[in-house]
Ligand binder design. Structure first.
Ligand code: CA
Length: 247
């Protein structure tokens, strides 16, 4: 993976000086396209990382801190549509698909697989950058997250705080993420695999004991037990859901 040399300023300062700039991940196997795009986007002040391999790109997304992914659909190691699904399993990062296939069916499939936008090759840096800016504007309005309320449970994702009634819950970072993820989907059964991917960024399985252990800690803090659940309801072999116990 090539990290383009950028600016010597710390990233936080860099970002607040240039609010329109983005961390862009290019997944493109054509070396000429990859290098020229990476260079031109970096020249315009974006923080650009580039890789030729889908799996490396998916792993990079899992590490977080990427604002936009530009994904070539024709990749040698994994089909682009499959790569897109892997990215979608672990992240809601905006993805622009770059495709040479100018047919309607392919484009419909791309959106079904979770793409936010697409560009048809060959495209200019100006065109791609305009698409990136539009996506970032949309993402910025979506990230003004409202408080999540499930019964007496109030979760503020921005402040990273959760209250049960008036009591601030003392949660670890993972307990909070787990609770917030479930609270965003009240009443919906979520599989442990999905939780491992979303909360622990482990899209390829791992030990689901991790989820069980955190659920039991979370239960304790919510003042309930597996035998007498209130908010957290598990079904063996299926998953877990968060419900409003007053309903
Ligand atoms: Ca390609």
């Amino acid at each position: 993976m090539v990290k383009q040399p950028l600016d010597t300023l710390p990233e936080t300062l860099f970002r607040c000086m240039l609010p329109g700039m983005a961390s862009i991940l290019l997944i493109e196997d054509d070396q000429r396209i990859r290098q020229s795009l990476a260079t031109r986007l970096a020249e315009r002040g974006h923080d650009v990382e580039a890789t030729a391999k889908a799996m490396e790109g998916v792993q990079r997304v899992a590490q977080g801190e990427i604002d936009v992914v530009v994904l070539d659909l024709g990749l040698p190691d994994v089909d682009g549509a499959d790569a897109l699904q892997m990215i979608r399993a672990i992240s809601e990062v905006p993805v622009i698909v770059a495709t040479a296939r100018d047919d309607q069916a392919a484009i419909v499939r791309i959106f079904d697989a979770g793409a936010d936008d697409y560009v048809i090759k060959p495209y200019s840096t100006d065109h791609l950058e305009a698409r990136i800016r539009a996506l970032l504007r949309r993402a910025a309005t979506q990230t003004e997250v409202a408080e999540l309320v499930v019964g007496e449970l109030h979760i503020n994702p921005e402040a990273h705080e959760a209250f049960l009634g008036n009591e601030l819950l003392d949660l670890s970072a993972k307990e909070f993420e787990l609770l917030a993820y479930l609270a965003e989907r009240p009443g919906k059964m979520v599989s442990k695999r999905e939780l491992l991917a979303a909360v622990w960024r482990q899209p390829y399985g791992g030990a689901d004991k991790t989820v069980d252990v955190h659920l039991s800690w979370l239960r304790k803090k919510l003042g309930e037990t597996a035998a007498e659940p209130r908010f957290i309801h598990t079904r063996r072999g299926i998953g877990v859901k968060l419900v409003n116990p007053e309903k």
